[in-house]
Design a binder for this molecule. Structure first.
Ligand SMILES: [Zn+2]
Length: 78
């Protein structure tokens, strides 16, 4: 196991949980691993059969290159 291996690094489930709790859906949280402000990348546009109330976003840390995928449920669209 090499935690510092670049490329395919993953957050631990606990870290993903931490990110999910602090993610408001508008402002990406800071990376729990290195403290960098994460960037988000929306995936899809409701064209994959899940409806508009459900969105999937990909949070990426520019610092340590880790990423996490989230399913976001939204009651409103904007
Ligand atoms: Zn990071």
């Amino acid at each position: 196991m090499n935690e510092d291996d670049a490329g395919e690094a993953q957050y631990t489930p606990a870290e993903v949980d931490d990110i999910r709790r602090s993610y408001s859906g508008e402002h990406p949280p800071d990376c729990p691993r290195c403290g960098s402000r994460m960037t988000r990348r929306p995936i899809g546009g409701g064209s994959f059969g899940l409806g508009y109330a459900r969105r999937r976003e990909w949070l990426i840390c520019p610092g340590c290159k880790r990423s996490a995928l989230f399913d976001l449920k939204r009651g409103t669209r904007n």
